[in-house]
Write a protein that binds this ligand. Sequence first.
Ligand code: APR
Length: 251
Amino acid sequence: MIDEKQITDAANIIKESNYIVVFTGAGISTESGIDDFRSEGGLWSRYDPAIYASYHYFLDDPSKFWEMNRSLEDLVANAEPNPAHYAIAELEELGKVKAIITQNVDMLHQKAGSGKYDAKIFELHGQFGTLECIKCRKEFHYEEIDTKSVKYPVCDCSGFIKPKVVLFGESLPIGVMEGAMNACRECDCFLMVGSSLVVSPANFMPSIAKQYGARILFINKESTVMDNIADIFLRGSASEIFTALMKKINT
Ligand code: APR
């Protein structure tokens, strides 16, 4: 049950803010049909990340990563944004959201229209849709390579091919972290949606924003390891909470 007073208070903070950073995790996409990682039945309950999402393991044997990735290809390609993604795009159009820092690789923020006005999108863990050879850095799109009938795709140069997503043990894309940290220092409101906040360095962001004076709003189904820094913790479904927030903001 959504707490009316919390919705009103959070909507007032959003109305008073002019530089909102939205920080999202896999929880914002579960209502688009993409499982998150650590909820019950999440991806890591089916695939051990130490094997299936480890860069070092991938260098040794890419077939495990590709077994997992193959199971997600069509799902991610066909996923549609949900009301939470659209609300964030609407807050950008209203001139409120200036940056979206996402741990997600599903590009649902872009599909919902985020980035169309003046918000920057920082994809901390890369993007599912583009692939590259880890040896010669040649880039590919899924339609250009066969990922279904082989154990794993290999480049003409003999290098392994993988989506440009950050695996455990792999460094984050150059410059993305710096841009995201700057946005956290600039913002007057930091809105976290759908993350357990257990993975660094992404999980540094809320405390940086707090340290620089931003008001902190959390929207999440479960408690996180950083609830204590939130000024308001809106517990529940991201879609339902954003629908209630946008009703208040647009009245
Ligand atoms: N509405 C709100 N919150 C939700 C919803 C929803 N519909 N569905 C799930 N959640 C919450 C869960 O309760 C959980 O706390 O979203 C959070 C998702 O947490 P994780 O599964 O840990 O995902 P995330 O925080 O994005 O993981 C960070 O870990 O494995 C790596 O690279 C991977 O980017 C990922 C990173």
